[in-house]
Ligand binder design. Structure first.
Ligand code: ATP
Ligand code: MG
Ligand code: FE
Length: 339
């Protein structure tokens, strides 16, 4: 069985062809980073227009790379939730059109479940049941994952997502978008103990939620000062590095700490981590250390499967196996409605 997967939830236009053995026959990602850089974040209207321009060449390239024709495939799958409305609609329209033309079944992908499924693809073996952490641009969610499409939420951010905090703090420090890689890079030359930023909710072990908005404000007060405007900012390169390293450490402490609390509370012994923030080297290092010390099994995908991609859409195979095929009037759900 071979599936074409399409991903356009945010600002990556991606397509892949994957077999039911999870063999990746092709994978194409067109990133829009350069288009959004000057705004310090994703501009939805620009994202939609860029998806329109890129979707057909990206699908074409994925098919070509895989050596497959549309007629050789067994299904067309597309991420329909959650994401930006305009972005989601472009992917869905392309998928529906291909499904209608070819007569192939249409499969819906939940983008968050796909971020965790990246661990299943990368590991090459079963990873469920597990605790799943998604730390991305729009989400910081913890789940009890009984299976690839059977998630129970156990915690979430009450304000900003972890990736969003990276992006906003980067903006404050004058670093480029996306902020995660920029902060990680600056932090390499920084002292992570120089500033003691708060670790919101970390001490509250009974609660598996995150809060990154106050941390972001604490960074702002530290670097700009209370009641001052960021325009008056003049930090040395070393100060930017130290703030970056100290901030990154605070976020990582919260993420790793809540994963440990979730494992302890549920008695689960496997942790799967997905989403763009899982590409962070310091976070990965701390997770490895935690899993070695606490003796749980850790799965983190390679960097290319952490940020948005279509390969993780292979979760569609699981839905196909469960007989979950969608009608051609399938709609998007920008907010997450089912899990
Ligand atoms: P969601 O998956 O919640 O819908 P999204 O798809 O926009 O959101 P992803 O593509 O999974 O998010 O991740 C993008 C986010 O990951 C950005 O906020 C970016 O700053 C962050 N990120 C990427 N690389 C790193 C890194 N090395 N360190 C920290 N954060 C990173
Ligand atoms: Mg992105
Ligand atoms: Fe994502």
């Amino acid at each position: 069985m071979k599936v074409l997967t399409i991903e356009t939830t945010c600002d990556e236009t991606a397509a892949a062809v994957i077999t039911d053995d999870l063999e990746v026959l092709s994978a194409v990602v067109a990133s829009q980073e350069e288009l959004h850089q000057r705004y310090g974040g994703v501009v939805p209207e620009i994202a939609s227009r860029a998806h329109v321009q890129r979707i057909l060449p990206v699908i074409d390239q994925a098919l070509r790379q895989s050596g497959q024709k549309l007629a050789d495939l067994d299904a067309i799958a597309v991420a329909t939730t959650p994401g930006l409305s305009g972005s989601l609609l472009i992917g869905l329209t392309a998928a529906k059109t291909l499904a209608a033309l070819s007569g192939l079944p249409l499969v819906a992908i939940n983008h968050l479940q796909a971020h965790i499924y990246a661990c299943r693809i990368a590991s090459g073996r079963e990873v469920f049941p597990c605790i799943g952490l998604i730390a991305s641009g729009g989400h910081s969610n913890l789940y009890r994952c009984e299976g690839p499409i059977d998630f129970t939420p156990i915690g979430a951010t009450i304000d900003d997502a972890a990736g969003e905090a990276f992006d906003k703090v980067a903006c404050l420090l004058g670093l480029p978008y996306p902020g995660g890689p920029a902060i990680e890079h600056a932090a390499q030359r920084g002292d992570r103990t120089r500033y003691r930023f708060p670790r919101p909710l970390l001490a509250d072990a009974g609660r598996l939620d995150f809060s990154f908005s106050g941390l972001k404000t604490a960074v702002r007060y530290q670097v700009v000062g209370v009641g001052k405007l960021p325009e008056s900012l003049s930090l040395s390169e070393q100060e930017v590095a130290d703030v970056s390293a100290s901030f990154q450490e605070a976020v990582v402490d919260c993420l790793v700490g809540k994963c440990e609390q979730a494992l302890l509370q549920t008695g689960y012994t496997t942790l799967c981590v997905g989403g763009g923030v899982a590409a962070n080297g310091r976070f990965r290092q701390r997770l490895e250390a935690s899993s070695a010390e606490r003796r749980y099994t850790l799965h983190i995908p390679p960097l290319s499967l952490c940020t948005d991609n279509a390969v993780m859409g292979a979760i569609a195979i699981e839905r196909l196996r469960a007989g979950l095929i969608e009608p051609l009037d399938l709609d998007i759900s920008p907010g997450l409605v089912r899990m």
